[in-house]
Design a protein around this ligand. Structure first.
Ligand code: 4NP
Length: 154
């Protein structure tokens, strides 16, 4: 079966979306899934994830140090089947960039996965507890996503 190709998008691609990518990879081990992440901004191209995201992932036995920051590009709208924005501001940016044929691929992550019209908040300027809260939201969403993909036969 063709794997579902999933892209997580936040602003910088160093805090939330790399964590989401790491969690989904970890949870979907052995199942077919192509997963990646990107930022709408280009400040952290080539950078490691933020040390606080690396730390929270490590506390949950997930290694995200192989990831490097990148900016979303036009090809991503074709290359992925589901494109998840962490925040409504990211979704608005994606909608402004996506070709009309790809608009159906864009979703707010917690809305699609948990039916909650909530953002995954930007933890960049806060403390470590914000990263733990982000981790919890992302893992709950990713678990639900895996169940939903399995139900759909992916
Ligand atoms: P992220 O967090 O979007 O979850 O990666 C941020 C990282 C960097 C910046 C903003 C948010 N920044 O302004 O550099």
């Amino acid at each position: 079966m063709k794997p579902v190709r999933i892209l997580f998008v936040c602003l910088g691609n160093i805090c939330r979306s790399p964590l989401a990518e790491g969690i989904l990879r970890h949870l979907s081990q052995g199942r077919p899934a192509d997963v990646d992440s990107a930022g709408t901004g280009g400040w952290h191209i080539g950078d490691l994830p933020d040390h606080r995201s690396i730390a929270v992932a490590r506390r949950h036995s997930i290694d995200i140090t192989g990831q490097r920051g990148r900016k979303i590009d036009a090809g991503d709208f074709e290359a992925f089947d589901l494109i998840f924005a962490m925040h409504r501001s990211n979704l608005a940016t994606l909608r402004s960039l996506a070709p009309p044929a790809a608009r159906h691929k864009l979703h707010l992550f917690l809305d699609y996965t948990l039916g909650a019209e909530r953002d995954v908040p930007d933890p960049y300027h806060g403390g470590p507890e914000g990263f733990e809260a982000v981790y919890s939201m992302l893992s709950e969403g990713c678990l639900s996503l895996i169940g939903r993909l399995e139900e759909a036969g992916s």
